[in-house]
Ligand binder design. Sequence first.
Ligand code: MN
Length: 485
Amino acid sequence: MTYRIEGKTGTWELVCGLEVHCEIISNSKVFSGASAEFGGEPNDHVAFLDAGFPGQLPVLNEKCVEQCIKTGFGLNAKINKHSVFDRKNYFYGDLPTGYQITQLFYPIVGEGYLDVTNEDGGISRIGIERLHLEQDAGKSIHDMHPTRSYLDFNRAGVGLMEIVSKPDVRSPEEAGDYLRKLRSIVRYLGTCDGNMDEGSMRCDINVSVRKVGETEFRHRVEIKNVNSVKFVMQAIDLEAHRQVELYEAGQTFPQETRLFDPENMETRSMRSKENALDYRYFPDPDLPPLDITDEYIENIRKNLPELPEVKKARFMDELGLSEYDARILVSDRETALYFETAAKGRDAKKVANWVMGDLFAALNREYIAIENSPVSPENLGALVDLITDGTISGKIAKEVFEIMFETKKDPAAIVEEKGLKQVSDTGAIEKMIDEILAANPDKVAEIKAGKDKLKGWFVGQIMKASQGKVNPALANQLLEQKLKN
Ligand code: MN
């Protein structure tokens, strides 16, 4: 159902845009040679430049430029051959230079889009305004000492991609899918690890509401640094309702920055934007404009990995998977890689069923990520082969799978060890059938009188007597023959 808020004075819709900061995967920081690795002892990864010492000059890390361009392609966006670094001036303890190097007027990546699934199951296109390259600030730690704050500059100067959407988001569901898609894309591309809980992907949300039919935007509230997809969706819904209630009560509210508090399920005022800060942006005199060539861009484009949407289309067209199956299997890079390895040279649909059925269930049960699965993709493929060539039945395969999951052994060894091979000796099966028929003369009579349904019951008895080791098709065939006699 389309997201709407019913008020006493009319029906309201959401107008929302997202600004996502993604920490760039790179060995070193964007303008210094210090390590960009997450963690470490406080202030271990700090060059003089990151600590704001005078006399140091920034040198642009080319890896970060490449990562921005890759991500730009993932967002169907225009790559700008000319971009400029600006200083955004403000004072805060975790910003020792007194300014952040960012890109305001000439970002490295321009307009693009992402298609997301909305709450009606349809597709909504969310415009991308820009992606710019900037540096992260350090971290202030306020909860280690009652009266002091600590500063850790390990993060100061780490490269960030800030991805700004257009105000096209119309529901919490669209926002959630936008973030999931974005995370999946940067992970596929290897440009950001997308871990929202570690802060390597952080989301600021701009929320406003308007009456359905209005074309102008009303003023908006920004919610800062929300750190999970679920919280983003909750924060949007809460804030939209709060604004509608205020409008409906005839009250005004300031254009401000708020914080989302998931424990109390509310947004709280952080600072007013009435007197918007003047950051006195100006081009950084220490850094020349960044000019890149068509060849440079083309070379990156040529070496891009297959992106989720393209992979999904290929799974449907080439492997014959349904839209649903393809969507699930491409949703993260590791799952797609696992499936492709397991399905190589096999019936893709059968393999997909095993991955999405027994494997997902077992992994979820044990909280194991697919890349650490005790059943390797090669072994899962081998298990499907054993079913396909008739060595084991589908029912026995489930049992074998559980043993594989516990022991990491390959399926053929388990089948051999446990004597689980399907019985294909027709003599032995016939003997079994004779015994069952002899023990149930009344049911045989009923079948002969036309009650065909009972045949299924007999097949069940044969399976039971053989502990599942008889091929059901063969059992059926032999049963028919016996009943004809
Ligand atoms: Mn930013």
